[in-house]
Design a binder for this molecule. Structure first.
Ligand SMILES: [Zn+2]
Length: 244
């Protein structure tokens, strides 16, 4: 964290978008999560759709060498949702990743740690056009505007290969959100499920193939009303174990 080390900014997916001249000091990457729509059922050799049989993982370049401390931008939450309820969903999401909570009976061998720092008036350093903003040294999770095709986005910044800040923004402008799944659920997304995916990015996991590993938390599409991403699958856990 010393002044001379350049701060690198790494959102997850789109390194190719970076102008070449950008590479010297600061770089940024992003990994948008896309809101999927159910496709037609496929016959034959489709995806296994069993999170305990899908083993793939990839890395996005984030790695915490200390506890990931983050705050909740409570004032940005969607109207109609209580701050306490959203806060609990986000805390569960962070813990899902750090404790590698999974549906496969795998014990937690992941050394990653996170600590919730409470509510903040600060906002995620992620712009409305889904580009990463200037880091303020404070990791913030909140809601706000993103480009309409993106459900949520994580930006992180590294120095000397160590992540120093990670911000998460959930798209409040174009999507509806729930904490508790409504009995008749349509066109709403689970905060806990989407945030678990984004915390996966913050801790260093990148996307896996939706086609071959679509049941994993780190697959890039999530359907409305889908809860599966809340618990990690085999590949998600393997990736975290490899990193931490
Ligand atoms: Zn993602």
């Amino acid at each position: 964290m010393r002044a001379r080390a350049p701060l690198r900014m790494v959102p997850l997916l789109i390194l190719v978008l970076l102008p070449a001249t950008f590479a010297s000091k600061v770089s940024s990457a992003r990994a948008p999560l896309v809101a999927g729509r159910p496709g037609p059922a496929s016959a034959g050799t489709g995806p296994v759709n069993n999170p305990c049989k899908e083993s793939a993982y990839t890395f996005d370049g984030s790695k915490w060498h200390r506890t990931f401390r983050w705050s909740f931008s409570a004032g940005t939450r969607p109207s109609g949702l209580r701050a306490k309820a959203v806060e609990l969903a986000l805390r569960r999401a962070a813990s899902n990743v750090a404790r590698s909570r999974n549906s496969c009976g795998l014990t937690d061998h992941v050394g990653a740690t996170q600590a919730y720092q409470g509510r903040t008036r600060a906002r995620p350093d992620i712009r409305d056009d889904s580009t990463c903003g200037k880091p303020d040294g404070r990791s913030v999770v909140g809601f706000g505007k993103l480009v309409a095709s993106e459900l949520a986005l994580t930006c992180f910044w590294t120095r000397n290969g160590r992540t120093v800040e990670a911000d998460i923004k959930l798209n409040r402008s174009d999507y509806h959100w729930y904490v508790k799944k409504p009995s008749t659920c349509a066109n709403k997304w689970s905060i806990a499920a989407v945030a678990t995916h984004e915390f996966g990015h913050a801790f260093g996991l990148n996307h896996v193939s939706e086609v071959t590993d679509g049941a994993l938390t780190m697959s890039p599409l999530i359907l409305s009303c889908q809860q599966q991403e809340v618990t990690l699958g085999l590949g998600d856990v393997r990736g975290l174990r490899a990193l931490y």
